[in-house]
Design a protein around this ligand. Structure first.
Ligand SMILES: Cc1cc2nc3c(=O)[nH]c(=O)nc-3n(C[C@H](O)[C@H](O)[C@H](O)COP(=O)(O)OP(=O)(O)OC[C@H]3O[C@@H](n4cnc5c(N)ncnc54)[C@H](O)[C@@H]3O)c2cc1C
Length: 512
């Protein structure tokens, strides 16, 4: 008996069955084959890591269970995406491919171009839907705010009530188990306190944030002590699509209406701040969508010939949390153990690597990307360019690691938690332990250069040098003209400044 036409649903960074337009449309069109492609070559990329895969793997387990509840299996295939698709096209009467569009890294961008060409050559349509407010290839940002508002207000897609699934495939296409890290060639990456994946966990986080944890979000978000509990922690769930942006925004709006009705203190500000950040997600991703080279090349040409050489020792000290600057090192140790840190500390880490250590933002960005479970290329690379002064349209934010340390961790609680060598050091010295007199170092069992490293740079002097280099690079008339071009393509129009006013200020602030 010949098999009816098959509609292939390709799960990518959208590991859910709810609010899933491709699944709904494929189910309405005919026989559905849901597939996840685990690509070893992707997991060899310098921005990927085992901790990210583990989040995906736990999310795939739940996705598989949800599909089983709907009556069908999830087909997981390990291998090159093109090879797998070629085998599928040869073996099955594929009528169409359905998926969400991805704004990914260089690897997935090129892979998707090759897949599109393959499907075109076979005359098979590939229906791609958006799960964020990013527009393919669009450069004009003038109507972004309206587009975003329209996108997130649309009704969510219900899970299909019945789906006709493909239950058996030719032997050569047998279903794989969710592969191990070793099967994908991943290097070991211990992350003992990693955030686990799965839609149900994402939904629980959303609920606890909106009804309990988020009350003091605005105040708590900047300190690495308070942010882990009081930020939403939805980033990996949004990055791998276990929850949809639309459902998060709509749940936040419903809660906004509720707190407005009851005049609940703190919540209106918290929810407003949360809503803004949700809008930034697609705003940043759009930059990479519009300019894929942004992952490798400075948006603004002024610094392209500078900061190109990696100092392996400096980068290694940075990546392993041995710079001798306690807050920087504590953040790195926290990241290694948990895979997450708050925005302010991410910005500090990026600034320290790119300004104080004057390392290429691409290299610093790869170190951080591997550590972030929630690695989202569009947000990450746009932020790396911005926080390293490479865009020509954002203010230079050369965070002072000593000031941040005093401001965000005044008692040194966070530092002591993540740096055992400094545990006994009194608060007086915790932010600058190298200033302890030798007798004090001995008394508290923390000898600088033995138990804890001496600082690898002097932060204030290093910041001065970086600032001077930036000023010089961006001071020319050509550089100012180029800033205007970058702004027109990538700048936010939020405050309705004209492009001319924007460009007149050599470096503009973050979300103007
Ligand atoms: C150098 C650098 C690299 C970053 N890389 C990533 C990354 O790879 N993946 C990632 O999801 N975020 C990244 N961010 C943005 C931000 O730090 C994280 O989104 C946030 O800390 C995640 O925690 P949360 O989910 O609790 O955020 P919340 O504060 O609860 O915010 C809710 C959601 O809004 C979005 N969001 C929040 N802040 C931002 C922002 N500044 N820009 C864009 N979207 C935002 C995220 O989707 C987040 O999950 C980066 C920031 C910097 C400075």
């Amino acid at each position: 008996m010949t098999m009816p036409a098959v509609h292939l649903v390709w799960f990518k960074r959208d590991l859910r069955t709810f609010d899933h337009a491709p699944l709904v449309h494929a189910a309405a069109a005919g026989l559905v084959l849901p597939i996840y492609l685990a690509e070893p070559a992707y997991w060899q990329q310098p921005d990927t890591s085992a901790r990210q895969w583990r989040f995906i793997a736990t999310s795939l387990e739940e996705l598989a269970a949800d599909l089983t509840a709907l009556g069908g299996p999830l087909w997981v295939r390990v291998g090159d995406a093109l090879d797998t698709l070629r085998v599928l096209l040869d073996a099955l009467p594929i009528a169409a491919v359905w998926s969400h569009a991805e704004t990914g890294n260089d690897f997935t961008f090129k892979r998707d171009c090759a897949v599109a060409a393959l499907l075109r050559a076979h005359g098979i349509p590939w229906h791609e839907f958006r799960q964020d407010a990013v527009r393919r290839g669009r450069h004009d940002r003038s109507d972004y705010a309206a587009h975003w508002a329209q996108f997130v207000a649309k009704p969510q897609w219900s899970q299909p009530e019945s789906i006709a699934f493909v239950h058996a495939l030719p032997v050569s296409l047998s279903r794989h188990d969710i592969p191990s890290e070793a099967a994908l060639g991943l290097v070991p990456d211990a992350c003992p306190q990693a955030q686990p994946g799965g839609r149900s966990r994402g939904l629980r986080l959303l609920h606890s944030f909106l009804h309990d944890r988020g009350k003091n979000y605005v105040k708590a978000m900047s300190s690495p002590r308070t942010a882990p509990q009081q930020c939403s922690r939805l980033s990996p769930h949004l990055a791998y699509g276990t929850v949809s942006l639309r459902e998060v925004v709509q749940a936040a709006r419903a809660r906004q209406a509720e707190v407005a009705l009851h005049q609940t203190p703190y919540w209106p500000r918290a929810l407003q701040a949360f809503a803004s950040r949700l809008a930034w997600q697609s705003h940043f991703m759009q930059k990479l969508e519009s300019e894929p080279l942004l992952e490798w090349r400075n948006l603004h040409p002024a610094l392209r010939q500078q900061r190109t050489t990696i100092d392996a020792d400096l980068l290694q000290a940075y990546a392993t949390g041995r710079t001798g600057l306690p807050l920087i090192d504590a953040c790195m140790h926290r990241l290694q153990a948990t895979g997450w840190i708050n925005f302010r500390m991410r910005a500090l880490l990026a600034a320290f690597g790119c300004y104080h250590l004057w390392q290429p933002w691409t290299a610093v960005g790869q170190v951080l990307a591997r550590l972030f479970i929630d690695y989202e290329p569009g947000i990450h690379w746009s932020q790396m360019q911005m926080q390293s002064g490479s865009t020509g349209i954002n203010a230079f934010r050369i965070y002072n690691p000593l000031k941040q340390s005093v401001d965000q961790d005044p008692e040194g609680t966070f530092i002591r938690q993540w740096l055992p060598a400094l545990r006994a050091v009194p608060t007086l010295w915790i932010h600058e332990p190298w200033r302890m007199p030798e007798a004090v170092q001995i008394e508290y069992g923390c000898r600088i250069g033995v138990d804890y490293p001496a600082p690898i740079i002097e932060p204030l002097a290093a910041a001065r040098v970086a600032k001077a280099r930036l000023r010089e690079a961006y001071a020319t008339p050509d550089a100012r003209a180029e800033s205007l071009a970058v702004f027109i393509k990538h700048g936010s129009r939020k405050r309705r400044r004209t492009a001319q006013t924007q460009a007149a200020t050599p470096q503009l602030s973050l979300f103007d």
